[in-house]
Unconditional design. Structure first.
Length: 95
């Protein structure tokens, strides 16, 4: 499930799944490069996806966090500023 929330100067995008969730001991590490939780080591993937998400979100002045939804899986929340931080973006055809 994907939902979007207005939080004053931020916009929050939350992605929730209905899988087994993330083990408590793994929550603080899921955004590390090449980190794979014990139960997912046999699965495909290099452990880069969430590290890339974190890097891109932080590059835009935002934050990303993971948490467990009791009995409902995991939730990832990305918070981005509504106002662009840094250099103004280039818009093709303008200036």
């Amino acid at each position: 499930t994907v939902s979007v929330h207005d939080e004053d100067a931020l916009v929050a995008v939350e992605v929730c799944d209905d899988g087994p969730g993330i083990a408590t001991q793994d929550l603080d590490r899921v955004f590390e490069r090449f980190y794979k939780a014990e139960h997912s080591r046999a699965d495909e993937g290099a452990g880069l996806g969430l590290a890339i998400v974190k890097h891109l979100v932080q590059a835009h002045g935002g934050t990303v966090a993971a948490r467990n939804e009791a009995g409902r899986g995991a939730a990832m929340t990305v918070r981005l500023p509504k106002r662009f931080v840094g250099r103004e973006p280039h818009v093709p055809g303008q200036g």
